[in-house]
Design a protein around this ligand. Structure first.
Ligand code: GRF
Length: 245
């Protein structure tokens, strides 16, 4: 019998990519099973999709945590004991520390406080791969190093709505459309210490016609994402099988 890849998922919203992965697992198109779905926002449709599929869910409310961090006098009292600011600031490529040290430090510390809560949930599961399926938060080296613990290396995948390295950031399809590109696409890549910079696993492209609106571009892109993400998870599952022989 094939040992299924145990996949954890993180989302922020509608979860159509999550649904595509759930369907691919259920229909036996990929050798994987989803072991949890976590969200940084409560009440989103993606959580409903997970519950309907019988998947355990949890929420780590980033907005509330960050608001709380702004209010509290002794922010450091909330930080995990194993957080080393010099180490994490030195490794990360998310914020410009030279430009505004204070702001950069607050950004990293508040995210690490939220990430510790994510890790507390995630560490209670047996997981081979973490899949970010429309998870709209960056992850610091504090979190990444605590997931990528195996000698096999990268274990966090992300889907990005553009053909990386073009158009990193939060609005890939919008940026592609406004630039006047005639080809758009999506990318699945591993997460590293930068924003949308990690090694590319797979990409799919589509044509943008002159009469296409931004909505058309998003629609065409999502259709490609739903094919690409399960295929990349399967590629990872296959590579694991080869390695474990
Ligand atoms: C997708 O376009 C994904 O590439 C981006 O956010 C969107 C999420 O869609 N990161 P969904 O939540 O999977 O429907």
């Amino acid at each position: 019998m094939v040992q299924k890849l145990k996949v954890g998922t993180l989302i922020s919203g509608g979860g159509t990519n999550l649904q595509a992965i759930i369907d691919a697992c259920d229909q036996g198109r990929i050798d994987a099973q989803i072991v949890f779905t976590g969200s940084d926002v409560g009440g989103v449709k993606g959580l409903e999709r997970a519950k309907k599929a019988g998947i355990n869910t949890f929420v780590v409310d980033y907005a509330r945590i960050i608001a709380n961090c702004r209010q509290i006098r002794d922010l450091d009292s909330l930080l995990p004991k194993d957080f080393d600011p010099e180490e994490i600031l030195g490794k990360q490529r998310l914020v410009d520390v030279e430009k505004n040290h204070e702001k950069a430090l607050f950004f990293i510390k508040s995210r690490v406080i939220a990430e510790r809560q994510l890790l507390d949930h995630i560490e209670s599961y047996d997981m081979d791969l973490l899949v970010l399926a429309g998870f709209m938060r960056v992850l610091t080296p504090y979190f990444i190093d605590r997931i990528n613990t195996s000698a096999l290396g990268h274990r966090i995948m992300n889907i990005h709505p553009a053909l990386l390295p073009a158009f990193p950031g939060t609005d890939g399809y919008g940026d592609t459309f406004r630039y006047g590109c005639k080809i758009g696409g999506c990318t699945v890549h591993f997460i590293d210490y930068g924003e949308d910079t990690g090694p590319i696993i797979g990409q799919k492209a589509f044509e943008i016609a002159d009469e296409d609106t931004l909505e058309d571009v998003k629609e065409k892109g999502l259709q490609k994402e739903w094919e690409l993400y399960p295929a990349c998870i399967q590629k990872f599952a296959q590579s694991r099988k080869v390695i474990s022989i």
